[in-house]
Design a binder for this molecule. Structure first.
Ligand SMILES: *Cc1c(COP(=O)(O)O)cnc(C)c1O
Length: 227
């Protein structure tokens, strides 16, 4: 009988088992990583999941990233930033030295980030967010300009180490819309020079994302909440 406990280790194991099945069905040579998105989790919950072996965590608010990463500074956690980037928080975000920013939303924003990086003398790994479902409430570049914006960031923002793209699957509730948003993003990703990271897939759609080539998932509720 399956163990359906909600202990952190069991939630983690069940997620990894499902990821592994989807990955093997897609391509046994495909490597999939995931960041545990801890925006609704407490510091104690993050520490518990860390104790189960999870090393990559992500936040969507600069203030929360600051607070949690400072509280957990003793642990060698790889912190990701996945949220909307406000101009007035760029300095604070970059000072936190996240391992990867998933959510650069435009060339103009990339230039602001690059200027700041020049001032502090740092490089920053990042992804360009694509608004693949064309949803007004989501940030990111539209698919038809994504390649052009990506190339312009590569050319004009030398301190940003751009390594791929991120998208949030359609919120419409229709599986076919989610698939379409992943396909659109994957198509762009495949045509970019030297792009290695395709960040897509959340708790409700990560198996579909893997089926469409995702290699970095962002999992929140399935890792932290009882279902
Ligand atoms: C919250 C969040 C996630 C995780 O969402 P779940 O559905 O809880 O897995 C992933 N990506 C971004 C950008 C988020 O804000």
């Amino acid at each position: 009988m399956r163990d359906l406990s909600n202990l952190p280790l069991d939630l983690l194991r069940r997620a990894i088992e499902r990821i592994e099945n989807a990955r093997l069905a897609y391509d046994p040579h495909h490597i999939v990583r995931f960041a545990a998105i801890s925006k609704y989790a407490s510091i104690a919950q993050i520490a518990e999941l860390y104790a189960c072996g999870q090393r990559a965590f992500g936040e969507n608010k600069v203030q929360d990233l600051a607070q949690k990463s400072e509280n957990l500074a003793a642990l060698p956690i790889e912190w990701h930033f996945v949220g909307r980037i406000q101009s007035n928080k760029i300095g604070k975000l970059l000072d936190l030295r996240p391992a990867l920013i998933h959510s650069i939303a435009s060339l103009a924003q990339a230039r602001q980030i690059d200027d700041r990086l020049a001032k502090i003398g740092c490089d920053q790994r990042a992804l360009l967010q694509i608004n693949s479902a064309r949803e007004a409430e989501k940030s990111g570049v539209l698919p038809e300009v994504a390649t052009q914006e990506y190339m312009a960031i590569l050319e004009s923002c030398p301190r940003i180490k751009l390594e791929g793209v991120m998208t949030i699957g359609s919120h419409s509730g229709e599986k076919s819309d989610v698939i379409k948003s992943f396909e659109i993003t994957r198509d762009i990703f495949d045509r970019l020079p030297n792009a290695t990271t395709l960040s897509m897939g959340m708790s409700g759609d990560y198996e579909l994302a893997i089926k469409n080539g995702a290699n970095l998932l962002r999992l929140g509720s399935i890792l932290f909440n009882a279902e």
